[in-house]
Design a protein around this ligand. Structure first.
Ligand code: UDX
Ligand code: UDX
Length: 466
């Protein structure tokens, strides 16, 4: 059997690498239109893989050029494969109808047209990208009207991996979801895909549903997860006013088995490519189906997240005597969570832009994110917001450092924006000595030892604590 995946990103790359590792007899080709990305996936030096994900390099090392191939030749991969995964990006639309809300499906549609045009036999098409409900229907319509007599089955097989733990999540998922038509051909296609996953995942964890349930389950899962974070973050604001401690509350409620302990960590706000995009998508869908109350319910999860990010930036400015103009602030962490180099929708981008809008000088350090990515993120947000800052100002106000100690030298304040483990082990005494006084620290992830910092002499603000 031969399979291919269109889109060598954070989802397609790791997912297909693990399938190739677990199924040595299946030829897996990952294709992408981005030549640089494919070149990096093929680099001899595994440190140059385009995605940083613990354990990924070992998987790629094992399977690459055995039964795992990375290529830009989309056409040949489509022609030779029995199963084609679509894992291209589906960003929020930035233009026209549904701007700022709906998922932009142009890349998915392009894939469908290309498959219809090139296929030389029957194929199973698998939606891996998160898509609005009923997208499979659109893909099917395109395939049907453009096909040259070939038959296609379209399955929905959403990915639940979280970045930073992708390989672990793929090895040992809570469940795999496969949705397909409830016709004999549809059920046969579902079974074909089930058998691939069943090589390493117990069958009872492979759930089979109709296509729409599968598509909607993905949006719902992400909306519920994000909702938990917004819920605990809303309580963090109340804790800061009342003297309660948000961690103690998370522990107290999390031990109730009906609530559960995961995803209750208060933070500077959730980021990542999925949560905001998927909820906006859900909101758009609800409005489309004339369910404004349901739409508003979910929209509130995003509003609360925006509030949390704003609140954090405002707290820094207010604490630094209501102005940060000309002051130096070190930002530790730029990725949207630890153990990834992904920065999409990272709270750090928002906080940094709020601070430089107030003319602060920012010194950034992140263990895995490149300076170019940081400037790119800021240029993007600044050019899409109402501000009198000019793009040239960014490189004057923002400096990216390769070592943390350099980034924190002579600064007025430090803000922790990503929960990288290494931050806990820094020599905070030495850092304190090299800072301006009063030495402020704003822990947006609550990872540092407050008592130790206070003893050294820091002025400490931690999210969710008075
Ligand atoms: C993507 C979607 O954003 C997400 O909704 C879905 O759940 C999984 O797939 P991700 O893998 O993180 O997530 O996206 P990204 O890292 O941007 O990778 C997508 C890749 O598709 C890019 O490398 C892009 O070059 C490629 N692509 C895009 C194509 O090969 N062809 C296209 O027509 C469009
Ligand atoms: C998420 C889903 O978890 C995954 O199932 C889906 O396939 C893709 O979207 P991901 O965005 O990669 O995965 O990471 P996740 O661990 O969910 O974290 C998302 C954001 O929430 C991060 O910014 C993280 O720091 C934040 N977060 C998470 C919190 O602030 N508190 C928590 O308790 C958990």
């Amino acid at each position: 059997m031969k399979i291919c995946c269109i889109g060598a990103g954070y989802v397609g790359g790791p997912t297909m690498s693990v399938i190739a590792e677990k199924c040595p007899d299946i030829e897996v080709t990952i294709v992408d239109i981005n030549e640089k990305r494919i070149k990096d996936w093929n680099d001899e030096d595994l440190n140059k893989l385009p995605i940083y994900e613990p354990g990924l390099a070992e998987v790629v090392k094992k399977a690459r050029n055995r039964n795992l191939f990375f290529s830009t030749d989309v056409a040949s991969a489509i022609k030779k494969s029995d199963i084609i995964f679509i894992s291209v990006n589906t960003p929020t639309k930035s233009y026209g109808v549904g701007k700022g809300m709906a998922a932009d499906l142009k890349y998915v549609e392009l894939c469908a047209r290309q498959i219809a045009e090139l296929a030389e036999g029957d194929k199973i098409i698998v939606e891996k990208s998160t898509l609005p409900v009923r997208t499979a229907e659109s893909i099917k319509t395109i395939l049907k009207h453009n096909s040259k007599g070939n038959r296609f089955q379209v399955l929905s097989n959403p990915e639940f991996l979280a970045e930073g733990t992708a390989i672990e999540d793929l090895y040992n998922p809570d469940r795999v979801l496969i949705g397909g038509d409830q016709t004999p051909e549809g059920l046969e296609a579902i079974e074909t895909l089930t058998q691939i996953y069943a090589r390493w995942i117990p069958r009872e964890r492979i759930l089979q549903t109709n296509v729409w349930s599968s598509e909607l389950s993905k949006l719902t899962a992400n909306a519920f997860l994000a909702q938990r974070i917004s819920s605990i973050n809303s309580i963090s604001a109340l804790c800061e006013r009342t003297g309660a401690n948000v961690n103690e509350i998370a522990k107290a409620i999390g031990t109730d088995s009906r609530i559960g302990s995961k995803f209750l960590k208060s933070s500077v706000g959730f980021g990542g490519s999925c949560f905001q995009k998927d909820i906006l998508n859900l909101v758009y869908l609800c409005n489309h189906f004339n369910l404004p109350e349901v739409a508003e319910y979910w929209n509130q999860v995003i509003k609360m997240n925006d509030y949390q990010k704003q609140r954090f930036a405002k707290r820094i400015i207010e604490t630094l005597f209501n102005t940060v103009s000309g002051k130096k602030i070190a930002l530790l962490g730029w990725a949207f969570k630890k153990d990834t180099n992904d920065t999409r929708e990272s709270a750090a981008i928002f906080v940094a832009s709020a601070l430089i809008n107030d003319r602060a000088e920012i010194q950034v350090y992140d263990p895995k994110v490149s300076a170019e990515q940081i400037y790119f993120d800021l240029e993007y947000i600044i050019s899409n917001s109402e501000t009198d800052l000019k793009l040239d100002d960014i490189r004057t106000l923002v400096h990216v450092h390769n070592t943390p100690y350099e980034a924190m030298e002579n600064v007025h304040a430090i803000a922790i924006l990503t929960e990288w483990d290494e931050f806990k082990n820094y020599n905070w005494q030495k850092i304190y000595e090299n800072m301006l006084k009063p030495a402020f620290i704003f822990d947006g992830r609550d990872i540092l030892d407050n008592t130790a910092l206070l003893t050294i002499g820091f002025e400490v603000y931690t999210i969710g604590k008075e």
